[in-house]
Design a protein around this ligand. Structure first.
Ligand code: NAD
Length: 319
């Protein structure tokens, strides 16, 4: 039986990944500051602990696990990352987690480790045109991420690659682009655009008004959680280290995203554009390397995942 460790198993992607790995027959140890908020954990063993503490890292990575998935990070959506108020915590906490975990894994003989990086590492100067953002993997340098979150991810990518180079660890790195779905944060200030807009639409009566940060013409792509998990699995099974984008190429404006959710909810709402933290003007996943190396890329329409997510958030709102 394959033994795996999932760091960040109480979070959105980590809890879904734990469920999938357990369903596939793995023995899973999960670790996080908190248990999953919306459903019981599927981990065989769940350790509630702080991965900034090297002793906790040694305790959870106490054996040569077949695979380790490192998803723990101090993170959130634009309201959390771009406010400026969380910069020191984001850099300090996430860097400590990564420094401690890779060292503990090396010491206990773990060979294969997955690291979740982000599209936020890409330079701001390549994402000013909302219709033509550049996110090919080899455009990461000269580095100029627009957030400390992106800088920490870039540092940690290099940390994992250095352990691979110097200590023979088998590393896999994905740069996720806006993953969304049910059982994710939706109202605590860390939620991302799909969850925030689903909540606003669900909370607003027909013919009412919702607020959107900025002019809504900023572009993004969004990947449904199931396809993210499929990408992680395929990357782990491949012999490609990465970094590689795991995202959707279906780019929409935030206004279009809001319209899609209104259509699903069967509501006609007006939009009020207000000041707020925004991030880059345009971003889309470039899946050319993903297709070349893994022979696969996500295909599911954005609206399919939004339907499931809206239904789930609507249930939370009416609870
Ligand atoms: P999440 O916030 O739901 O999960 C992260 C988990 O890490 C949380 O449960 C949190 O409690 C845990 N954590 C934070 N600090 C910790 C600590 N000191 N010790 C132990 N646990 C700690 O986020 P997510 O959306 O599931 O993202 C998972 C990973 O993927 C993160 O590394 C994130 O940066 C990366 N990522 C996510 C997205 C996305 O769109 N969701 C995009 C790019 C990258």
């Amino acid at each position: 039986m394959k033994k795996v460790l999932v760091c960040g198993a109480g979070g959105f992607i980590g809890s879904h990944l734990t469920k999938k790995l357990a369903a596939e027959g793995c023995w899973v140890r999960g670790v996080d500051l908190k248990y999953p908020l919306f459903s019981p954990t599927s981990a065989d063993d769940f350790v509630q602990g702080d991965l900034r503490d090297p002793q906790i890292c040694r305790k959870v990575a106490d054996q040569p696990f077949d695979e380790v998935y490192q998803l723990a990070a101090d993170m959130g959506g634009a309201g959390f990352i771009f406010s400026g108020e969380n910069d020191a915590d984001v850099m300090h906490n996430s860097a400590l987690i990564n420094l401690n975990i890779i060292e503990a894994c090396y010491q206990s003989g773990v060979k294969k480790i997955f690291y979740s990086s982000s599209a936020c590492i890409y330079p701001e100067y390549n994402q000013e045109d909302p219709d033509n953002p550049k996110t090919a993997e080899n455009t990461a340098y000269p580095a100029a991420p627009d957030s400390e979150y992106g800088w920490e991810k870039l540092f940690s990518e290099r940390l994992y690659l250095a352990f691979a180079r110097n200590y023979g660890m088998d590393v896999r790195i994905a740069r996720f682009h806006n993953i969304f779905g049910p059982d994710g944060t939706w109202n605590d200030g860390r939620e991302k655009a799909p969850a925030a807009l689903c909540r606003k639409v669900a909370e607003t009566a027909d013919d009412g008004e919702i607020e959107i940060w900025g002019d809504g013409k900023q572009t993004r792509s969004f990947l449904y959680i199931d396809e993210c998990l499929e990408g992680i699995k395929r990357l782990m099974q491949s012999d490609f280290t990465g970094p590689v984008n795991i995202g959707s190429e279906e780019m929409v404006t935030i206004n279009q995203l809001a319209q899609m959710i209104m259509k699903i909810a069967k509501k006609k709402l007006s939009i009020s554009h207000i000041d707020g933290p925004l991030g880059v003007r345009g971003r889309n996943s470039d899946n050319r390397l993903l297709k070349e190396k893994l022979g696969w890329a996500p295909t599911r329409a954005l609206t399919d995942g939004l339907e499931k997510t809206y239904r789930w958030i609507n249930q939370q709102v009416v609870k």
